[in-house]
Ligand binder design. Structure first.
Ligand code: PBG
Length: 331
């Protein structure tokens, strides 16, 4: 600041009172910005806590409707579903992903019955259904085959749409699958089923607790670096987004969240489309670990991180803190 402008120019002036801070706030966070990921499991009347995701549980299908009503009552517009498929139903070819009565499809129908006002987002990827924990079909060398996998993903997306999914979200990172899914949805008459592409999904160390939650961590052979992106790359993320949009994606996602805010901002600046972030399981666990260690205060950490996504350009955020955050924001 030049001496000439002092003291006429004081940036602290608009910060000096709560009413003024509210008036000049550049971004707002509301429950409508949140998507709540939910884990489902077999059985009845049950809630299974997940050790590495303290405060998050897997719910049985008969109780998932309660969560949907809770989301609706809190003003959360959409939930995302992830199944913990029983071991005996996992196979090399992931055939359970195509069963119209699988855990995922039953959960979709339960949510639609309980709270038809909210959206249901379903993950399109084979990792909860494969015996090796990969998102696709592997060859003898363990390489995930692109085109063979895409054909199954198309059928998986159709099965989910038939069950009532509003947004299919391919999280597998196969090339060309968005276009293939879009044309299959059109042909089947599901013209209003959206595609949220996990466009820039990185091979990240932050997915560990999620893999516990869907039961794939112990099964996973090797890593996912031949299909998920290298954390060193940003321009490649822009190419991924451009391709997914050209293939018909309605919205795009960047994942993980906080370590990749630069990617969110670059995507938002380059493409005029709704961008979403996934604040993933390892990010949630880090916040909870900080709180448990007395190193931070949960409510403030949650609201600050979620606001950071809005500032970076997000239309919304998938977060395991969704219900808690919505409660704080509604208060
Ligand atoms: C699976 C999938 C993953 C997540 C969402 N969908 C894990 C992975 O790619 O291994 C991670 C979400 C999280 O960590 O919260 N395709």
């Amino acid at each position: 600041m030049s001496l000439a402008s002092f003291p006429a120019l004081r940036l602290r002036r608009t910060r000096s009172a709560p009413w003024s801070r509210a008036l000049v706030a550049e971004n707002v966070l509301t429950p409508a910005d949140l998507i709540w990921p939910l884990f489902v499991t077999e059985g009845d009347g049950g809630e299974e806590p997940i050790a590495t995701l303290p405060g998050v549980s897997r719910w049985t299908v008969d109780r998932i409707g309660e969560r949907a009503r809770e989301a609706r009552d809190l003003g959360i517009p959409c939930v995302a579903l992830f199944p913990n498929t029983p071991r005996e139903l996992r196979s090399e070819d992931a055939r359970e992903a195509l069963n119209p009565d699988n855990l995922m499809c039953r959960a979709i129908r339960a949510i639609k019955a309980a709270a038809p006002e909210i959206g249901v987002l379903t993950d399109v990827a084979l990792d909860p259904y494969t015996s090796h924990g990969h998102d696709g079909i592997v060859d003898a060398a363990g390489y995930v085959l692109n085109d063979v996998t895409s054909e199954i993903l198309v059928r998986q997306a159709l099965v989910q749409a038939e069950a009532g999914s509003d947004i299919v979200a391919p999280s597998d990172m196969m090339d060309g699958r968005v276009g293939a899914i879009r044309s299959a949805l059109e042909q089947a008459g599901h013209v209003n089923v959206q595609i949220m592409a996990y466009a820039a999904k990185y091979a990240s160390a932050f997915y560990g607790p999620f893999r516990d939650a869907v039961g794939s961590r112990g099964l996973l052979k090797g890593d996912k670096k031949t299909y998920q992106m290298n954390p060193a790359n940003a321009e490649e993320a822009l190419r991924e987004v451009a391709l997914d949009l050209a293939e018909g994606a309605d919205t795009v996602m960047v994942k993980p969240g906080l370590p990749y805010l630069d990617i969110i901002r670059r995507v938002k600046d380059r493409f005029e489309v709704p961008v979403f972030a996934y604040q993933v399981s390892g990010e949630y666990a880090m916040i909870e670990a900080a709180v448990a260690a007395g190193a931070g205060e949960r409510d403030a950490l949650v609201l600050e991180t979620l606001m950071a996504f809005k500032r970076a350009g997000c239309s919304g955020v998938l977060t395991y803190h969704a219900a808690h955050a919505a409660r704080l924001l509604g208060a």
